[in-house]
Structure formats: structure tokens, C-alpha cells
Design a protein around this ligand. Structure first.
Ligand SMILES: [Zn+2]
Length: 52
């Protein structure tokens, strides 16, 4: 049932905390996967979040 859970778990934007629309995957400073909505991508780049 993991796929079902994944389907219905909304991804939250790491920057604004809202439900991420078109989430982009970034890595935080601990190397953890985080999601950033497309609106916050420029902010994520400034915060030096890395692409996986
Ligand atoms: Zn956002």
C-alpha cells in the first residue's frame, strides 16, 4: 500500500511550508531530501540547497 500512501501524502515545500505545487527535489545541509515548490525555487537556490 506504499504507493497509495505516497499518492495521497501531500509534499510540503521546505521553504514556505505550503503544499508544494510542481515540487522540486533538493537536499538540505544534512543531505536530506526536501521538496520545494516552483515558486520558491529561486529562494532555494539562494539558500544554497543542492540538487540531488
Ligand atoms: Zn514554497
Amino acid at each position: 500500500m506504499n504507493w497509495l500512501k505516497r499518492l495521497f501524502t501531500p509534499k510540503r515545500c521546505y521553504v514556505c511550508g505550503q503544499k508544494a505545487t510542481n515540487p522540486q527535489v533538493y537536499l538540505d545541509d544534512q543531505g536530506k531530501k526536501v521538496y520545494v515548490c516552483y515558486k520558491c525555487v529561486p529562494y532555494a537556490e539562494r539558500r544554497a540547497l543542492r540538487k540531488p
